[in-house]
Design a protein around this ligand. Structure first.
Ligand SMILES: [Zn+2]
Length: 386
């Protein structure tokens, strides 16, 4: 039976014109294993009624939930989601009468904003629905949901309820959802998305099939940004600062990282020079903004310079396309300059130390201390040279 199904799906994929069957979910960045899993679930017809899409922020859980809702309701027999049929189009636009999406916000705000938020989300499913990071999913929303579930189903195989950032449900709301999950209504599928599964009721988690997402790969983020019109160098830098989070990459795009990248380079040169006055002038400039996220980006950019120097040392000979791994590929001369100043062991130490400092920024350690530590990473170097 199993073999037969596989055989069937392979044939489908090999048939000219329907290659997209195995390659659908076109709007999803990366996450190939999840696409595979969901494709198999659809092909085998073994749909669960309750799913949790769990994984780090900005990995595309909501986006995948929408595509999945399209796929299981697509009217096309050969390629799902076809993106052409009524169901695909209306679910994609988040206007389908059999689709409900719950997200965090007060009743008043939801009433006022939902239409606009859904329009934005439909255009770019990687943008979060909730505007306020402290807002909760309230009992009002689940009450409305219950009402919705009592209505007649229009024209889908599976009515779909997406609960975006489900960990934001209040206790009351969560208990009300739990009751629904215990006896899910007919022809209805629940998809809860969350980056914090430990904040969901264990009784909810145990009722759901959990699909675990990974952070996106930097190259996947870079390629998507380039596809959306970002210049290659900016896309490369931002994708490596984003930590696998596409949402963060989009936020980073709005900032000017060229100036900060220069600063990181100059800081390393100054650090190596051992000139204390210049080092402290640097720290003063950096801390004048008192902006924690800027300091984190600064250190992360320094880290990327160190990595480039590491690759320069390690891969330059014998790897024909070694330049492809560089972040600052447009500044080969500067990478070379640093490579002349720093030996292998210096670079390895600097990477380890800077990684530690990036972590400390998030732990609310006094930023000036972190920067002093950073500027004096190469103290040993001067001692050695002296
Ligand atoms: Zn379709």
């Amino acid at each position: 039976m199993e073999k037969h199904k596989n055989h069937q799906s392979r044939n489908l994929a090999e048939t000219p014109g329907v290659e997209r069957t195995a390659m659908s979910f076109d709007r999803i960045i990366g996450q190939a294993p999840i696409k595979d899993t969901l494709q198999k679930i659809i092909t085998n017809g073994r749909l669960s009624k309750t799913y949790i899409f769990y994984g780090p922020e900005g990995g595309g859980k909501d986006a995948m939930a929408i595509e999945f809702a399209k796929a299981i309701n697509c009217l096309d027999e050969t390629r799902v989601p076809c993106d052409v049929c009524t169901n695909c189009r209306q679910i994609g636009a988040l206007t389908h009468p059999d689709l409900r999406i719950l997200y965090a916000g007060s009743k008043k705000n939801l009433e006022k904003e939902s239409a606009g938020r859904f329009q934005i989300k439909a255009k770019d499913p990687y943008i979060p629905l909730a505007k306020n990071s402290l807002a909760k999913i309230l009992i009002d929303s689940t009450r409305e949901l219950k009402q919705f579930l009592s209505l007649k189903i229009f024209n889908v195989k599976h009515r779909v309820i997406i609960i975006s950032e489900a960990d934001r449900m209040t206790e009351q709301a969560a208990n009300s959802i739990l009751k629904l999950l215990e006896e899910p209504p007919e022809k209805t599928m629940f998809i809860l998305t969350t980056s914090q599964i430990d904040r969901l009721l264990p009784t909810i988690v145990s009722r759901c099939q959990v699909i675990k997402f990974s952070p996106l790969k930097a190259d996947e983020i870079r390629d998507e940004l380039i596809k959306r019109g970002t210049e290659k160098i900016q896309a490369t830098i931002v994708s490596r600062l984003a930590g696998g989070n596409f949402r963060k990459a989009m936020i980073l795009l709005q900032e000017d990282h060229q100036a900060l990248r220069n600063m990181a380079f100059q800081a390393i040169v100054t650090g190596v020079s051992g000139d204390y006055l210049e080092q402290f002038a640097f720290i003063e400039t950096l801390t004048s903004g008192k902006n924690k996220s800027m300091i984190r980006d600064f250190l992360s950019l320094a880290l990327l310079w160190f990595r480039d120097v590491f690759f320069f040392h390690e891969l330059r000979f014998g790897h024909p396309d070694w330049e492809a791994v560089l972040t600052n590929f447009d500044r080969l001369n500067d990478i070379q300059k640093l490579a002349l100043l720093l030996e292998d062991q210096d670079v390895e130490q600097a990477i380890a130390k800077t990684e530690l400092l990036v972590d400390l920024v998030d732990k609310n350690i006094y930023i000036n201390l972190i920067l002093i530590d950073f500027m004096t990473i190469f103290r040993n170097l001067q001692e050695r040279v002296a």
